[in-house]
Design a binder for this molecule. Structure first.
Ligand code: 8DG
Length: 144
């Protein structure tokens, strides 16, 4: 996804109508969130992000940097956000698990989707962290 002068950085977000069995309340149907999931015992956050992106989107990614801050979810969980990039040769992302839609968003499109309420402060902070170019200098995209 990098290497072209016309490449534009994109955020990855997932959402839509979650299928039966997805670990999401029905009241969240149609809302959008960052791809990711829980850190397992003994796992680093970086490793969890790479694993979740592989499981959920089928991509080979590497973690970048953490966006400063954390935001409360249902106790005891908190939302933390990292940037990530696809490794060369990675498959294109697809919404394989838990979600039925995936969008890549440029900085100007961030508010086009209906984010989960609890994600809004994290998305706002991430946008500020990446700056007006939305990560163009680093090619980074967020995941949670
Ligand atoms: N990945 C992700 N989860 C979010 C976001 N916002 C938000 O409230 N959540 C909630 C949804 C879930 O209750 C929890 C993450 O759980 P998950 O179901 O994605 O985690 P997981 O893949 O490890 O699932 P599981 O193995 O425990 O079933 O955090 C977000 O932007 N991204």
């Amino acid at each position: 996804m990098s290497g072209s002068s016309s490449w534009v950085p994109r955020w990855s977000t997932t959402g839509g109508c979650w299928p039966p069995g997805a670990a999401r309340p029905s009241s969240w149907q149609g809302a959008w969130e960052l791809p990711g999931g829980k850190v397992e015992p003994g796992e680093t956050a970086d490793a969890a992000l790479v694993r979740e992106l592989r499981e959920e989107l089928g991509v080979d990614a590497e973690a970048g940097g953490r966006v400063p801050g954390e935001w409360p979810l249902k106790s005891p969980y908190v939302l933390q956000v990292w940037t990530a990039r696809l490794r060369p040769g990675s498959a294109a992302p697809e919404p394989l698990e838990d979600h039925d839609a995936l969008r890549w968003l440029g900085p100007e499109e961030i508010w086009d989707v209906d984010w989960l309420d609890q994600d809004v402060p994290a998305v706002r902070q991430t946008l500020a962290h990446l700056g007006p170019l939305g990560g163009r200098r680093t090619g980074e995209v967020p995941g949670a």
